[in-house]
Design a protein around this ligand. Sequence first.
Ligand code: PPS
Length: 570
Amino acid sequence: MGAFKEPHGGELKQLYLDGTAIEQARQEALDYKSWDLTDRQLCDIELILNGAFSPLEGFLTREEYDGVLNNMRLPSGVLWPIPITLDVSEEFAAELSQGEKIALRDPEGVLTAILEINDIWTPDKAREAREVFGSEDEAHPAIHYLNSIAGPVYVGGKLQGVEHPVHYDFKLLRDDPAELRARFEKLGWRRVVAFQTRNPLHRAHQELTFRAAKEVEANLLIQPVVGLTKPGDVDHYTRVRCYEHVLEQYPEQTTTLSLLNLAMRMAGPREALWHGIIRKNYGCTHLIIGRDHAGPGNDSSGEPFYGPYDAQELFQQHEEELSISMVPFKMMVYVEDKAQYIPIDETSDGDKVLNISGTEFRRRLGEGREIPDWFSYPKVVEELRRSYPPRHKQGLTVFFTGLSGSGKSTIANALMVKLLENGDHNVTLLDGDHVRRHLSSELGFSKEHRDLNITRIGYVASEITKNGGIAICAPIAPYISTRRTVRNMIEAHGGFIEVHVATLLETCEERDRKGLYAKARAGIIKEFTGISDPYEEPENAEVVIRTEELTPDLAAQRILIKLESMGFIR
Ligand code: PPS
């Protein structure tokens, strides 16, 4: 094992400049090239600069990156499981050279930090996906991010912090490691068990966390992630209001709440180690690790990416080295006859055990059905109901995809009229041709331009959905990955129903209403979908329409029935 130059949780690094050095840095940075940090980079840089990612002192250099991928170790030998990299565009990278300093800014242009470039390289992303996430399957949100959202070039080097990131929400609940350590010190908390979560907490969580703390005779830190979590998760504003209610349920002086602006990767076992290191840096002595900790869900073939106890096993292997102990999470169930929660392995044969799964809970919330008091606290349920009204009161997007001339626009129009007749929602149609005229007039049909076109549509649709309307989109949208990006953008705010208008290429070509196929065959139109450009068929569309078999009216009716059965319209 390598030498421990900088063990985790030791003296905290101060990466922020102070006094006159800041003013000087601000002046000098005016001449530096400037990079606008992405949402994920903003989360990462905050935790590098405040010491939560100690011993990192910047974005990984190439040597550090290779070590992290190969054996989860930095060149110093210290354990570090997740690559924290600064990904940039090819154009920006082309202007840079080693040794140069660049300014890293937040979206408002505020100088967050200065990075002195050590390396600039183009990573092998497939390798990164395999080593870190154990797969290349884009159903894994972090692999999708790596391939479709992260820039192609990495820039590594040390950071000097200038301005602390500004958060306007829940200010009193945000702490950097030094502040939290000082709070523990002041409270006389020597042993602190941390609970990591990205979900609202209910009674079972309160029971299990409190039990875990009692078991190891420690105080409890509820430290939810409010940076980036899994697409589709409950937004952090709602969650934090819920956490504040749950906090009232613990005996006074036993438990505290602090928010962590982490961008999760859902990397399962490696992520569990990472969470341990971060909690150690925050001054905790224990971390609760549950079944499928930081799991990303299932892969494209419906199998889980990681085994349910992989995270616990990997953590156990490194527990001593990390010098933070794992408290394995016990599944708690409600025993009706005893009117109390107990660990599932302590129930006896005659016990009547009640449980509501996450999926069932979301169904009840979505349909406005009863959620019993034994499951959650009334105030928590009220918060969730406020933020997540029943489905028929939510917005949604119906996203058509299919070849040119497949009939998307005709069916989309028919659907719009039927929804307007129903009258419950405002409806906006974002047809391919209209979007190209009003939103994307400067774009052509290269992959890059098509992706940009579709993400613009996705953005507008997500805003409509967020505000309770119905967006109907009808572009070709030929790429699976871009459609997934749009789904992720929208599912956070309401429904997303993908409709594949699966008219055969032969039929589209035969109809050739606009004469485009003839021109494409003759080579007059280049990069034409289906002829000289790819169309990736959807694998999991909610509705598939074969226009050879259905009239537009019946096709629109089919979609309406689907929306009804999903609870989005009544
Ligand atoms: S994409 O791929 O989703 O961005 O395409 P979209 O915005 O839906 O635009 C498709 C319409 O543009 C016309 N057109 C082409 N389509 C595909 N490939 C090429 N090269 C091309 N050039 C022009 C065509 O009329 C499409 O309209 P629809 O309504 O689909 O037939």
